[in-house]
Design a protein around this ligand. Sequence first.
Ligand SMILES: Cc1cc2nc3c(=O)[nH]c(=O)nc-3n(C[C@H](O)[C@H](O)[C@H](O)COP(=O)(O)O)c2cc1C
Length: 490
Amino acid sequence: MLQIIKSFREYVEALKENHEVVTVKKEVDWNLEMSAIARRAYDLPAPAPLFKNIKGCTPGFDVLGAPVGFSPNKNHPCIRIALSLGLPIDTPATKLVEEWSRLPDVAPIPPHLVETGACKEHKLFGDDIDLTKLPIPFIHYGDGGRYINTYGIFIAKTPDGSWVNWAISRAMLDGPRTIAGVVIPTQDFGKIFSEWKEIGKEMPFALCLGVDPAIAMIAGYPLPSRVNECDQIGGWYGEGVDVVKCETNDLLVPASSEIVIEGFASLDTVVTEGPMGEYGGYVWCGNHKTAPLFKVTAMTHRTNPIMPICVAGVPTEENHTNWGISIAASIQNVLRNQGFPIKKCFIPFESAAHWFVVSVDRNRKTEDDEQLALDIGKAVFASKGGSYIPKVFVVDDDINPSDLNQVVWALATRHHPAKRVAIENQYIFPLVAYLSQEEKKAAVSTRVIYNCLTPFHMWPDELKPAEASFRGYPEELQKHVIANWEEYGF
Ligand SMILES: Cc1cc2nc3c(=O)[nH]c(=O)nc-3n(C[C@H](O)[C@H](O)[C@H](O)COP(=O)(O)O)c2cc1C
């Protein structure tokens, strides 16, 4: 039974109840200091900082840093992901992926249009809007500007209204009423933008900062194109999401949003954007690009709104938790539906969303493990979620894909270098960190499959190797040792 949290501020309350928030009353600077604090909270890990007093910004606007970072609670390191999905706080990492992998199969439930909602408590139009007064962080040394969106969702729909997309996509502050919105053509957001370009009309957009935690999760989920995240999360909830109409365009936004910024994306005006620290762990200093100008026509917000910020970079931040779990889940769904004998899937947080690890049933019938690993790897690469992944590791199911010690052990002792399959001239996601400038530009590179499967399942029982570790001892003896542990003097 899911325990869905239906607004961002209820999520903040749930985090507080679980000792996952530190309220920062001391004045902090939006210029680097706020992000440096959030960054240290990821790295330690420490509770998420809730900033109440941000220098020079409109009073009453709070910021939550590291909303889905790792927990300092060793028993529940993934508690913020579990709470976001409405799952028990002690759900193991691979089980989070397993549960979330059911998302594409839930029957969609359309949203519930309501007259008004909390996000309409305050309404601002025209010159009354001054985004520069919001507590928007200048995140990293080397960034190109202040990033207004790092964990909010952009909403856009096709001109014929048949497809509405909710996605997390970064956006940089440009001026009091303008934003540089990053629109990657291969992402659904970019596909919708190109439909507006074709008919020569500016694209209406809404940017919702501070949404239900599961809405932020689905906005990072690579669902098939033309699937409406809004309906699919309704299916996950078991009831439609309450939505309200924007003030100046006809988009529908989650009624409980903390802040809604609405407007139109220009087709011909571009502004300088970037760089911003990326999920691979680097700020590509000096790498300025251009992005379409998003013109803001209205801003509505709750009283005392809370803005989330993700400080992207070295693991573990929301690109590795939210996005990593969602990509792994989407691929698990594809592999299972294609009938592969898979057990668990995971994108190790430490790999910065560059590795996908999948475990395979050791009692599989197939004798040709090389072909099986190749087929699985190719299916991963062909999937939408797998389009982001350059390296696949196929392991036996005695290896837990979320346990990096075990994954490294399998790679070191079970992978024969001759069995590494490098597939050249593949599509590659341009943000993969190690690419050359030419590869980034062409979005073409080599992808690789590491076959770590053992042939042991084909060996006679008497010759099968036993694992030389504690769990390799007979179960009875393991239980005896554990039961007597303190008596031994430990
Ligand atoms: C914290 C975070 C930041 C993200 N930033 C971006 C971004 O700036 N641009 C982008 O295209 N995708 C970004 N993503 C990934 C997309 O949200 C994700 O791939 C989503 O599935 C894309 O939507 P689509 O499936 O509708 O194409 C981010 C995800 C997360 C969790």
